[in-house]
Design a protein around this ligand. Sequence first.
Ligand SMILES: NC(=O)c1ccc[n+]([C@@H]2O[C@H](COP(=O)([O-])OP(=O)(O)OC[C@H]3O[C@@H](n4cnc5c(N)ncnc54)[C@H](O)[C@@H]3O)[C@@H](O)[C@H]2O)c1
Length: 420
Amino acid sequence: MTDKDFDFTRRAFLDGVLKATAGAGVAAAAPWAVSAASAAPLSGDRVRLGVIGTGDRGRTLIRNILKTRNCAVAAVCDNFAPHLAKAQAIVGANVPAFADHRAMLDARGLDAVVIATPLDFHAPLAFDAFGAGLHVWCEKAMARTIADCSAMVKRSQDSAKVLQIGHQRMFHPTYLNALKRVKAGEIGPVTQIRASWHRNTSWRRPIPPGSTDRKINWRLYREASAGLMTELATHQLQVGNWFLDAVPTRVIGSGSICFWKDGREVYDHVALVYEYSDGRKFVYTSHLNNARYGCEEQIQGSKGTIEPELGRIYQEVPPKVLALQRMQEDVKRGHKRTVPIGGATWFPELPVTTPGDSLGWGEYDETMLQFEGFGEAVRAGKPLPGMLAQAYAASVASLLGEQAMDRGEAVTWPTDLIAV
Ligand SMILES: NC(=O)c1ccc[n+]([C@@H]2O[C@H](COP(=O)([O-])OP(=O)(O)OC[C@H]3O[C@@H](n4cnc5c(N)ncnc54)[C@H](O)[C@@H]3O)[C@@H](O)[C@H]2O)c1
C-alpha cells in the first residue's frame, strides 16, 4: 500500500481503509479503529447525546457530532448561561437546554452524555450519568486524581456501560499510517520518543461579566487541573504508550512556574523522562513561552524517525554532506565566516534537515470519527476494544508526572490499577 492510499476522505476512512490495513499489524495495535470500521452500516436511529459543558471544546464537539452519520445532539447543558446560549445557537431552539445536568438526566430521552467540562467535574458527572443508566463519552484527561480515573473505569464496568475518552489521535489516519509503518519495521525498534508541546501564550482568558477567574481560567489552578500534564501531555503520553506498546515503569521530572508569574498554581514549564522496559524512554517537555518546536512526537528507531504531527517519515542514514562542502555553502549564504577545519573526511553531527517522505494526508476529521466509533459502541452496548485501556494509562501517566515533579523524586507505575 502506498501513501496515496491514505489520501482518503473521512467517509472512506471508516468504510474501508482500516479494513485494508487490518492485516498489516494495525489490527492488534488499534483494535478500536478496526472495530469501528467493520461495524454494521451506519444506519438506523441516531444515538442521542446530551452534551454537558458547552465552552470552547464542547461547542467544537457539538459541531463534530452534527457531522456524524449515527449520532445526534439531543440536549445541551452548561451552568454558565452565555455558553449555553452559544450552544443553542448551533443546535437550534428545538434541542432542550439545561443549566443543571441533573435536570437533563431526569428529563430522559438520552442514550449517552458527552462531558466537556473542566477536569475536576469529569468524574462526578460521569458517576451521575452511569447512575442514570447512560453511556459516557468524556474529554481527556479522565479525572483530576488517579483514584477518580480508576473509579470511572470501575463504574463503567459495574454498570456495563461504555466509557470512551476523547483521544482523537487514536482515530487519526496519519497516526494509524505511522503505526502501520512502525509495525512493519520500517524505522527499526523504537527506543525513544522525544515529544514536546510548546506554545507561546499565557493560557489566561478574559473573565466575562457574571463569571470568575477560577471558573474561566480553571486550567491554571490545581484544584481543577494539572495544567500542561492533563491538558496537553496526556495526548502525547497516549501516543507514547501506544507506539512503545507498553506503560511506563517510572517517571522523573522537573516542573516550575518559570515565565507566567501571574498567580497561577500550575507549572508553565515541565520536563520529564518516562522510562519503559528495556531502557526505552519517552522524553517530554512542554512550556508556554516559546513556540519554535510546537507540538510533535519524534518516534525514533534505529532505521528512521517518524513525526506524525508533521506527517513525515525520515530515513536514519541520509546522504552525508561533507563538512567542507557544507561550510562553503554556509559561507556563500553569509551564515558563517571562513574558519580552518580538519579535512575533507570530517562530517558534522548536525540535525538532519532533509525533508523526509510524507505519511499521507486526507480530508478527514478524527474528532468526528471518534464519535462515529462511539455511536457504534453505544448501539452494540460494548466499548470499542482497547480504547479505555489506552486512555486510562495516558491519564495515569500524566498525573504520575505531576506527582514526580511535585515530589522531586522518581515515581513508579501504580500496582493497584483496575484491569481493563
Ligand atoms: N481533546 C482535545 O483536543 C481537547 C481540546 C481542548 C479541551 N479539551 C478538554 O475539554 C474540556 C473542556 O475544555 P474547554 O477548553 O472547553 O473549557 P471551557 O472552560 O471553555 O468550557 C467548560 C464549560 O463547562 C461548563 N461547566 C463547568 N462545570 C459545569 C457543570 N457542573 N455543569 C455544566 N457545565 C459546566 C463551563 O461553564 C464551561 O462553559 C476539558 O476537559 C479539556 O481538557 C480537550
